[in-house]
Design a protein around this ligand. Structure first.
Ligand code: NAG
Ligand code: NAG
Ligand code: NAG
Ligand code: NAG
Length: 312
């Protein structure tokens, strides 16, 4: 009897350990999308849950109350505020509390650079209300079509709300670095103008900080990013949304013009290792993936073959 009991106990312990090994997954949607539309993030959430037979808990970041607000905020809420909200949401997410703060993360389009900001910034803030006293620790960060060196051009409107798309374009044309535009248009927070770097560095409120491009560097950004197990960077090879397309792999326009692109390894950000990319790359912890097609136009089959295994 005792033997059976200890066997059962052992079994339960083993089962618990197996479950504990499955980290939760966090998704962050792109511009014009929401956490939970059944045709986008909702579908991806379901595919991950099904693929792992319900052993993985998926949390899709939502900024605001409900889908409509979430979509609007993806344009109109300053990126830094969105990241603050996400940090707080994540430290209070049950599955993440259970895993002691650890999770895998998948960002879609701008959600990618926002999740990278979560990795670099959040755990830095001890005053954040956090019932469980956990620190966020991202294991694998998967960036699907992210704009890590920003954009200089938003040639096509995407998203569930055409009016908001047009608003975004008009504001960027009007003056991406004006204070009120920075405060009320998330896309201006990663608008990287190679013809006017001085204003970009001074007035853009998000990207120059998160990329440690200012003269005073924040060592914690590098420290925290290099704690990733893997950084996975997916580039859409026929992308007509992200300009320059190479921003998805940390490439950027050569300064003073907007045609020629410098690859990640030839940028100062990399060579002087402002955020830890060099360290990650030399440790073979960056995977550069190519996906055929236009922005975010991946198939379920592609996702299953190329992304699912990072969530194990
Ligand atoms: C999910 O369950 C099916 C059927 O039992 C099994 O074939 C598959 O390997 C499981 N998937 C994972 C990721 O464990
Ligand atoms: C800590 O988090 C709070 C709430 O999100 C934010 O207002 C504050 O600026 C953060 N402090 C630091 C040092 O990052
Ligand atoms: C688009 O967003 C605007 C501003 O938030 C809102 O007034 C409008 O109803 C939205 N349109 C649709 C189709 O959701
Ligand atoms: C998760 C993590 O490693 N966070 C660290 C980020 O950097 C600050 C400053 O070095 C640390 O205090 C955090 O622990």
């Amino acid at each position: 009897m005792a033997a059976i009991r200890s066997c059962v106990t052992l079994l339960i312990v083993v089962l618990c350990l197996c479950n504990a090994a499955q980290l939760p997954v966090v998704l962050w949607h792109g511009m014009g999308d929401s956490c939970c539309f059944p045709f986008s993030m909702g579908k991806i959430q379901k595919r991950i849950e099904d693929y792992y037979n319900g052993t993985i808990s998926v949390h899709s970041v939502r900024i605001g109350n409900g889908n409509i607000e979430d979509v609007a905020n993806s344009y109109m809420k300053n990126a830094n505020d969105q990241i603050d909200i996400a940090c707080e949401q994540l430290v209070n997410t049950e599955a993440i509390i259970k895993s002691g703060g650890a999770f895998n993360a998948i960002g879609f389009s701008q959600g990618s650079q926002f999740l990278r900001a979560v990795v670099q910034r959040c755990s830095n803030n001890d005053t954040r209300p956090n019932a469980a006293g956990i620190k966020l620790q991202v294991n694998n960060l998967i960036s699907i079509g992210g704009q890590h060196r920003g954009v200089f051009g938003l040639p096509r409107c995407i998203g569930a709300n055409v009016t908001l798309c047009e608003y975004a374009r008009r504001m960027l044309d009007y003056g991406a670095y004006l204070g009120f535009v920075q405060d009320h248009l998330a896309q201006s927070n990663y608008w990287n103008d190679p013809l006017d770097q001085e204003t970009y560095l001074k007035k853009c409120t998000f990207l120059p900080d998160i990329n440690n491009e200012k003269s005073i560097k924040k060592p914690s950004y590098k420290e925290n990013l290099t704690k990733l197990n893997k950084l996975v960077l997916v580039q859409f090879m026929q992308d007509t949304m992200v300009q320059p397309r190479e921003s998805q792999w940390f490439g950027t326009y050569k300064l003073g013009q907007d045609k020629e692109v410098v690859n990640m390894v030839d940028t100062d950000l990399y060579k002087e290792d402002w955020i830890g990319l060099k360290k990650l790359n030399e440790d073979h912890r960056i995977d550069f993936l190519e996906c055929p097609g236009d922005h975010l136009r991946f198939t379920e089959e592609w996702f299953k073959t190329n992304i699912m295994h990072y969530l194990k």
